[in-house]
Design a binder for this molecule. Structure first.
Ligand SMILES: Cc1cc2nc3c(=O)[nH]c(=O)nc-3n(C[C@H](O)[C@H](O)[C@H](O)COP(=O)(O)O)c2cc1C
Length: 172
């Protein structure tokens, strides 16, 4: 597991190749088995493979989301805020679990943040995504994972970069 965590990097360039259905199912399983506050499982995952919809979603956050237009797959990670007060944490853990599984399958992903970000001066990124995919009001959108076969190589995290000074023992 530590080796997967060490070598996982945000991948924003993808090959022109579709994700296998078995791979997609493994990704979804890892989200659907993630821990949640009080076992509330408030998540909603919207799997997007439609080219036009991926193009639309790639405009959510300007340059921060643009690379989604080159991905064969996006998963919008959302949750029902009425089902849990910990929906943000629940959705974030599910997204992180999925990112690790994606990496372990030889695929790459990047988190595109949506919650508390703007599409433009007048519209939140969340409302933009909600409108694009007919997501109901009570469902909150945390992020979009862009996913594909990597077309870029990135080095693993290095031991010397780890912030061990942020680790405290017995007192701060
Ligand atoms: C909460 C969160 C929000 C992020 N938002 C974006 C984003 O909107 N666009 C983007 O390109 N990367 C985004 N990232 C990816 C980070 O930029 C990336 O994880 C960080 O630079 C560390 O690089 P690494 O993932 O390769 O280790 C986000 C990551 C997290 C955890």
């Amino acid at each position: 597991m530590l080796e997967w965590i060490k070598t996982r990097r945000s991948i924003r360039k993808y090959q022109d190749r579709q994700i296998d259905p078995e791979q997609l199912d493994a990704i979804l399983k890892s989200g659907l088995m993630a821990p949640t506050g009080r076992g509330s499982r408030p998540w909603e995952f919207i799997v997007v493979t439609d080219r036009e919809k991926l193009e639309t979603l790639s405009l959510t956050r300007g340059r921060s989301s643009q690379f989604l237009s080159g991905a064969p797959l996006g998963i919008v990670v959302a949750a029902d805020q009425d089902k849990s007060t910990t929906w943000v944490e629940d959705a974030a853990i599910a997204a992180a679990f999925m990112q690790l599984t994606i990496h372990s399958l030889g695929l790459g992903s990047c988190w595109i943040h949506v919650r508390e970000r703007q599409f433009d001066e007048n519209k939140t990124a969340e409302d933009y995504v909600r409108e694009a995919l007919d997501i109901p009001e009570s469902i909150r959108v945390l992020c979009i994972l862009s996913i594909g076969f990597p077309a870029e190589d990135k080095p693993a995290h290095k031991q010397e970069d780890l912030l061990y000074e942020r680790v405290h023992y017995d007192q701060f």
